[in-house]
Design a protein around this ligand. Structure first.
Ligand code: ADP
Length: 242
């Protein structure tokens, strides 16, 4: 069990990453990375293109091995309980299914064999669609929706999981400012219900506004800690423009 003592409180880390090196073949893309994520926290991973953010996400999801060091899960977190919202790719935009079908497909990963959806799953999908403001679109074709609505549908699909961590990769790329801020508010409300959030983003002002902690990467950690401490550092001030 991983236990951290912070401000006199004993916390159990959901994820603890210790002295991690990540590489593709012999090319090292991340070195000496240590950080932890506590229950209910909101971590933003920031850094320039090529700084290793997506590679770290792949390692957390177990899609690539860790070259050195270790990534441990605790406090009931197992990889199956990570809800993952990947970057939207253009192929997904033309997905030929209704909104309801796309959301319900989130349950398929939990099923060993093809079987019909249960009434509990249907009810859960409806509750999530209502919460994300897309229930009125349930019968519409996914490909007719705006980029912002499509992103909500994909988030709804990710939320069908029984999860304790929501991992999101660049969720607002290509969205306009109003839709972007609505999307951030949705993520914040999910976090307020106790779900830990890890979000990769280039939007440092939004990271500062919403995240409780920041991990700034440049093929090694430039900073890991609370958002308020980030703003006291040279890196934080330079990138946030504060
Ligand atoms: P970021 O998400 O911060 O933009 P990435 O994690 O995608 O960065 O990439 C980090 C580095 O790893 C880059 O130099 C990239 O070219 C390299 N890289 C990413 N994916 C692969 C891959 N599948 N094979 C080899 N190199 C890769």
């Amino acid at each position: 069990m991983i236990v951290t003592i912070k401000c006199g409180r004993v916390l159990m880390s959901l994820i603890k990453c210790e002295n991690v090196t990540l590489s593709y073949e012999k090319n090292i893309v991340m070195q000496d990375l240590s950080f932890s994520l506590e229950k209910g926290e909101y971590l933003c991973i920031v850094g320039e293109n090529g700084s290793g953010k997506s590679t770290l996400v792949k390692a957390i999801l177990g899609l690539i091995p860790v070259t050195e060091g270790k990534i441990e899960f605790s406090d009931g977190l197992v990889r199956k309980k990570i809800a993952y919202l990947p970057q939207q790719n253009s192929g997904m935009k033309n997905f030929p299914a209704s909104v309801r079908e796309v959301v319900m497909s989130g349950f398929l990963s939990e099923k060993k064999f093809f079987s019909f959806y249960t009434s509990e799953e249907r009810r859960k999908a409806e509750d999530i669609m209502k919460k994300l403001g897309i229930y009125s679109e349930a019968s519409r074709s996914f490909c007719e929706l705006s980029g912002g609505q499509q992103q909500r549908v994909l988030l709804a699909r990710a939320l069908t999981k029984d999860m304790s961590l929501l991992l999101i990769d660049e969720p607002t790329a290509g969205l306009d400012p109003i839709v972007t801020s609505e999307f951030y508010e949705i993520i914040k409300s999910i976090n307020s219900e106790g779900v830990a959030v890890v979000m990769i983003t280039h939007d440092i002002p939004a990271a500062i506004r919403y995240a409780s902690c920041i991990l700034h990467l440049h093929n090694r950690p430039l900073f890991f800690g609370s958002t308020s401490d980030y703003l006291k550092t040279e890196t934080g001030r330079r990138y946030s423009g504060v």
